[in-house]
Design a protein around this ligand. Structure first.
Ligand SMILES: [Fe+2]
Length: 309
């Protein structure tokens, strides 16, 4: 049995405005934000019983710092390290101090083909004694568990190399959208999965300037998505892609700008990953580009009004 990651467990972000992020993450999205004593310039975001799912580090960049993929335990981590080394990848075994810093028992680290710092870990700290306390009232919860924290769309310019890399980690997937490009030709978007979540990572968005395009977080209750949508509009936060329903994961979602200038996709109602590959030419409804400049400008996911359905 080849070792494989089981889920996207955590991620880290560099942010220039920690206060704005606290307000956006806790007050708008509903994440639980907290600091640890003596840890200035560092904010943890909690979604469930885990110690945290997202770490914010104050500093320049306003981009992704790392992704953390989970394996079951120490044996699986050793097997994964061995497999990656045999594939010729430069893997670092990180120190126990770094594991403590990440609130996990052990981790290795390597780079994806696109330069995404990729950590593989086991044994996250799970605070079962501490109920999740949302940053604003919520009707439900965040969909996590075996599906991990959500999904990310990242910059992997060499898509073929990226597919091989994530396959080594244990993910599967291929192109799920073939979209007409504005200047002619087609844009292919690749989605990869590793558990019941329809996808955990995707790439292929052209002209990316940041390592991260968006992170998607999923609500269990539609009304929580509605509250977030009201809040985004009340605060006049740019909505890069309007409310709509994706053809692949069936999630009702919209994309709003984070204080770091990239996007959070908030969603509800995502379907489970299917066993077979399929691709789509557009979304079911909505998802028109509502504001330019957030890396989604060329994605014609929305129905073009002048064309018949
Ligand atoms: Fe997404």
């Amino acid at each position: 049995m080849m070792s494989a990651v089981t889920e996207l467990g955590y991620l880290g972000l560099s942010v220039s405005n920690l206060a704005a992020w606290r307000d956006y993450a806790a007050g708008l999205i509903g994440l639980e934000a907290f600091e640890e004593e003596g840890d200035a310039g560092r904010l943890f975001l909690r979604m469930d019983r885990w110690h945290h799912r997202i770490e914010l580090i104050e500093g320049g960049g306003d981009d992704l710092l790392y992704l953390g993929w989970r394996v079951a335990g120490p044996l699986e981590l050793d097997e994964m390290e061995d497999k990656l080394r045999k594939a010729g990848l430069a893997v670092e075994r990180r120190s126990s101090a770094e594991a403590v810093n990440r609130h996990v028992l052990g981790l290795i680290r390597l780079m994806s083909p696109g330069g995404i710092p990729t950590e593989i870990f086991y044994g996250p700290q799970v605070d079962n004694h501490k109920p999740f306390h949302p940053g604003r009232p919520m009707f439900g919860r965040f969909v996590t568990g075996e599906q991990g924290l959500g999904h990310v769309v990242v910059n992997e310019p060499d898509v073929e190399a990226a597919v091989r890399f994530y396959q080594l980690l244990g993910l599967r997937g291929s192109v799920e959208y073939l979209l007409s490009a504005p200047g002619g030709g087609q844009i292919a978007l690749t989605f990869m999965k590793v558990n019941d979540r329809q996808h955990s990572i995707a790439f292929g968005v052209p002209n990316s300037t940041k390592q991260i395009n968006h992170v998607m977080l999923e609500y269990s209750e539609l009304d929580d998505l509605g509250i977030a949508h009201d809040q985004v509009r009340a605060r006049r936060i740019p909505i890069a892609m309007a409310l709509g329903k994706h053809a692949n994961d069936a999630a009702l979602s919209f994309y709003s700008a984070t204080p770091s200038g990239w996007l959070v996709e908030l969603g509800w109602g995502g379907c489970k990953a299917g066993a077979q590959q399929e691709y789509h030419r557009r979304d079911i409804f909505g998802h028109e580009v509502a504001q330019q400049g957030f890396g989604l400008d060329d994605l014609r996911l929305a129905n073009e009004p002048d064309k018949a359905v």
